[in-house]
Design a protein around this ligand. Structure first.
Ligand code: FMN
Length: 192
């Protein structure tokens, strides 16, 4: 058997979903690359995300209590990365993407993203560097061309992912199975 190695603080869940956080900063849209995000409740749809306290987006969320989470496609890698390099504290990023608004006035939705979701802030937990923001989905916006059977289709939306700490972007690869299905072959009885 191979020796197991402790990699300490270099631990990440691989890969991470790559999104763009949208906020209204001093009345203008601001965008931030964001990978530390996940759904944490089924109904209603609640998502959690970690945002560093120094980021302009952090202040914008606290001031408005609203934000958007946008899923970019592989042809938006450069714009997404730029939103993760430049800070709204020094740079006006409002022209980076065309936006539209849904139900909320402080959740700018990126029109070019196959999926754009608007949230109302529910809870916040402050940690050492980051705040865990927990928000409830108000509405999710897409287009017919990204759907299959009414659901956003990965092959049509073409999202991308991030690996850290090597800091590389990856397209989503080949399908390797069906969830809640492949494990059935290992059942010892029908009720197992
Ligand atoms: C690929 C990538 C992913 C990132 N993910 C996060 C994240 O999940 N949370 C976070 O606080 N910062 C994250 N960042 C850093 C911010 O996007 C970056 O510091 C940005 O400039 C902050 O912008 P703002 O000051 O306008 O809010 C990420 C950066 C990159 C390049």
């Amino acid at each position: 058997m191979s020796e197991r190695i402790n990699i300490g603080n270099n631990a990440f869940i691989l890969p991470e979903p790559q999104t763009i956080l949208g906020t209204m900063l001093d009345g203008r849209p601001n965008f931030m690359a964001m990978a530390w995000v996940t759904r944490v409740n089924y109904d209603p749809c609640i998502m959690a995300m970690a945002v560093n306290k120094k980021h302009a987006s952090h202040r914008a969320i606290l001031e408005t209590g609203q934000y958007s989470i946008n899923l970019p496609s592989v042809d938006m890698v450069a714009e997404t990365d730029y939103a993760g390099l430049a800070s709204g504290n020094r740079t006006d990023k409002s022209g980076l993407f065309e936006v539209h608004f849904g139900e909320l006035e402080n959740a700018p939705l990126i029109r070019a993203c196959p999926l754009a979701m608007e949230f109302r802030l529910k809870e916040q937990f402050h940690m050492t560097n980051d705040t865990l923001f927990i928000g409830e989905l108000v509405a999710a916006w897409t287009e017919e061309r990204f759907l299959t059977d009414g659901h956003v289709d990965v092959e049509k939306a073409r999202p991308f992912t991030l690996t850290m700490p090597d800091n590389r972007y990856w397209a989503v690869g080949v399908q390797v199975g069906r969830a809640w299905h492949e494990g059935k072959a290992l059942r010892k009885s029908p009720t197992d």
